[in-house]
Design a protein around this ligand. Structure first.
Ligand code: UD1
Length: 420
């Protein structure tokens, strides 16, 4: 296992190129199972989660080849027996369920794992696929599904806290090869769902309304191969935007797609961070003005993303006064808090709410990464703190950030990867 050793207190300056989106690339790779023909997917980030998805598709019989940032997938002859351990490792592997049922009429996946940020059930995925005509049972740790044929239906994807992103992806993929019309109500509106719909459309699928709460899919007997370029990673862009702010630096985020970052940019601006939109690029600058406390509530898109909550907390720690975070998507998403407190942070948790008393200096300490975005927050805190911070278990970060240490080093961060 690797760790990051960070010596903080240095402003970051320069340009960072934003990578392709992990959360868009994973379901798009799964969607390649819907056709026997060759799919070419470009701007795929080099991440352990992406390689896992490649291995899962290979274990189903697909041919998968990585060529730099491009992955070529040909799922000519596939079967439903995926590798149990591989699938268990990653939450996003659940989105092979829809394509397998649509293409083979049977599917078998181990109950998915992933970041430990709450219970993360898959009941809405199963409910939606059941509406399309699938039947499920749990056998030996596997979810086993089968259907004589999927047919279009009205499917409501709203759960306890709103729509499910990968659930919407699963139903949309399954519906492309179902008989008749499927209408997904209360669909997730995330840009990653829209990107998946774009890929499916280029495979010949008939989809209307992606990006809105109602998606209509007219099923077809088959789809064909396609080429696609994945959208930039809005969570990576948001993380580096906060990095510029917490180090009192200035970063140009190249290819960041500001139109996907509305809620994050709005809060940064409200806190007093300088933001300049330059076409597809963003310039983030912590100008001299005093920062102000801000309150955030995480919500489904286009609200403030739960995947940026931990990083934003680090900015709040630098602002004198009280900022309040309310986490509405995942109930246990405060695992970074005890670790931030090791650096001197003053944060208390009451149910879904974190009360952040900012303005106290942070000082470096050894900390432990617990999940992907929590790890990113610890790196940001290390960059802002005086002295040395060691972030252990950075394999969590390698799941979702492409060469984070290298990208940060190029803009002046003192960060090195060391064996733990
Ligand atoms: C995706 C993202 C993840 C992000 C999350 C919310 C990927 C690979 N991951 O995860 O980074 O944090 O969206 O934006 O794209 N829920 C149920 N039943 C279900 C499914 C979900 O109750 O069947 C609940 C979850 O516990 C959670 C909420 O719905 O409270 C939202 O989860 P969901 O949108 O499904 O997250 P993912 O798609 O897994």
């Amino acid at each position: 296992m690797d760790a990051f050793r960070i010596r903080g207190g240095r402003p970051l300056r320069g340009e960072i190129e934003i990578s392709g989106s992990k959360n868009a690339a994973l379901p798009i790779m799964a969607a390649a199972l819907l056709t026997r023909e060759r799919c070419v997917i470009r701007r795929v980030p080099n991440l352990s989660d992406v390689r896992f998805m490649g291995d899962i598709l290979k274990s189903l019989g697909a041919h998968v080849e990585f060529q730099g940032e491009t992955v070529i997938i040909e799922a000519k002859d596939i079967h439903e027996f995926g590798d149990y351990e591989l699938i268990r490792k990653m939450r996003a592997s659940v989105c092979i369920l829809g394509p397998l049922l649509a293409r083979l009429r049977r599917a078998r996946v181990s109950l998915p794992g992933g970041c430990v940020i709450g219970a993360r059930p898959i009941d809405l995925h199963l409910k939606g696929l059941t509406m399309l005509g699938a039947k499920f049972s749990i056998r030996g740790g596997y979810v086993v599904g089968s259907t004589p044929a999927l047919s279009g239906a009205e499917v409501f994807m709203g759960g306890r806290v709103g729509p499910t992103v990968l659930g919407t992806a699963n139903i949309m993929m399954a519906a492309t090869l179902s008989l008749g019309v499927t209408i997904i109500e209360s669909a997730a509106c995330e840009p990653e769902v829209v990107d998946l719909a774009r890929f499916l459309t280029s495979m010949g699928a008939r989809i209307q309304g992606a990006g809105s709460p109602t998606i209509t899919i007219t099923g077809l007997p088959e789809l064909h191969g396609a080429e696609h370029e994945v959208i930039p990673d809005r969570i990576e862009a948001a993380t580096f935007a906060v990095a510029a702010a917490v180090t009192k630096g200035e970063l140009t985020l190249k290819g960041a797609r500001p139109d996907h970052l509305g809620a994050v940019l709005d809060k940064l601006r409200e806190a007093g961070v300088g933001i300049d939109r330059q076409g597809p690029n963003l310039v983030i600058e912590r100008n001299r003005s005093r920062l102000r406390p801000v309150d955030i509530t995480t919500q489904p898109y286009a609200g403030f993303p739960t995947d940026v909550q931990a990083q934003m907390m680090v900015l709040m720690l630098q602002v004198p006064g009280i900022s309040v975070i309310t986490e509405r998507i995942f109930e246990s998403r405060y695992m970074h808090v005890p670790e931030l407190c090791r650096l001197g942070a003053d944060i208390s948790i009451e149910g879904p709410t974190a009360i952040v008393k900012g303005g106290k200096p942070l000082s470096g300490a050894p900390v432990m990464a617990s999940d992907l975005r929590a790890s990113a927050a610890l790196v940001l805190a290390g960059l802002a703190a005086e002295g040395e911070t060691t972030v252990k278990r950075v394999y969590h970060l390698d799941r979702g950030y492409e060469c984070m240490d290298e990208k940060l080093r190029r803009v002046g961060a003192r960060i090195e990867r060391i064996p733990e």
